[in-house]
Structures are given as C-alpha cells and as structure tokens.
Design a binder for this molecule. Structure first.
Ligand SMILES: [Zn+2]
Length: 143
C-alpha cells in the first residue's frame, strides 16, 4: 500500500514540492506583500529562492522544471512569468496551487520531482567520477 509518509521518507532533498517549504527559502526577497511577485505568490507558482547574496537576491527557481528567473518587477505575475518562460513545465500545465490539485495530480508532481532529483544527483556523481578519472590518468601518465 502506497502511503504518503513512505513516499516522503524516500526524498532526501528539501521537500520543495510543498508550498510552505518553498516559502521558507525566501529569506531576503526584495519584494513586499503588496507586490504581485510577493513570496506567497512566488511559492504558489512553484518558485523557491536560490539567492546566495545581495546581488542575486531575486533569483528564483521552479522546483519542478528547474527554470531559474531573476530581474523580477513588482508587477510581475509569477504564474504568467513561469508560463512564458517554461510552458512545458508540468506544474505550469496543471496551473493550480497544490491545495487545489487532486491527490493523483499531486503525487505525479512529487514523482516527477523525485525523478528530476535522482537525475541531478546522478549527474553530480558522474561529474565527480569523471574528475577522479582525470586525476588518476594524469597521475599515471606522469610515471
Ligand atoms: Zn516549472
């Protein structure tokens, strides 16, 4: 039997498919609650903050398609921006907040998120292995 808790246990990365988890990432978001692209609207449209400092304070990324956007204007609508820059995103195509999704839709979002995460982790691992292999080769050719 497939249970929600069991599914969540298998996700090692932050639970960014949950809107409240995305809200938490916007620590230094330069826009206020009266702006169209406020934290709540950003998070509901699938974005989380990937800011590392002041210069990229308005960098945000979609948890599902990975599209990264910055240069936000106060009047920007996060859903509209998401749609115009990543029309193929599965979250954009559902086009609704998580709490408005059917369970089956939400599960498919989580599944896609987990597949993407696995791919990302696998790519990172491959890069590290390639890097190691290069070092070993260089080391051997010196002898
Ligand atoms: Zn997206």
């Amino acid at each position: 039997m497939l249970k929600m808790e069991n599914i969540l246990e298998n996700v090692e990365s932050p639970l960014l498919f949950l809107v409240e988890e995305r809200v938490k990432t916007f620590k230094h978001w330069p826009f206020g609650s009266n702006d169209k692209c406020n934290v709540r609207n950003m998070a509901e449209a699938g974005f989380y903050s990937v800011a590392t400092g002041k210069e990229d304070a308005d960098s945000a990324k979609c948890f599902l398609c990975g599209k990264e956007l910055d240069g936000w204007e106060p009047s920007d609508d996060p859903w509209a921006e998401h749609k115009s820059h990543a029309a193929k995103c599965a979250f954009v195509q559902l086009g609704r907040r998580e709490d408005e999704l059917l369970l089956s839709e939400f599960l498919s979002v989580i599944k896609q998120y987990m597949i993407n995460e696995r791919k990302r982790v696998a790519e990172l691992a491959k890069e590290q292995i390639d890097e190691r292999a290069k070092l070993v080769k260089r080391h051997l050719s010196r002898k």
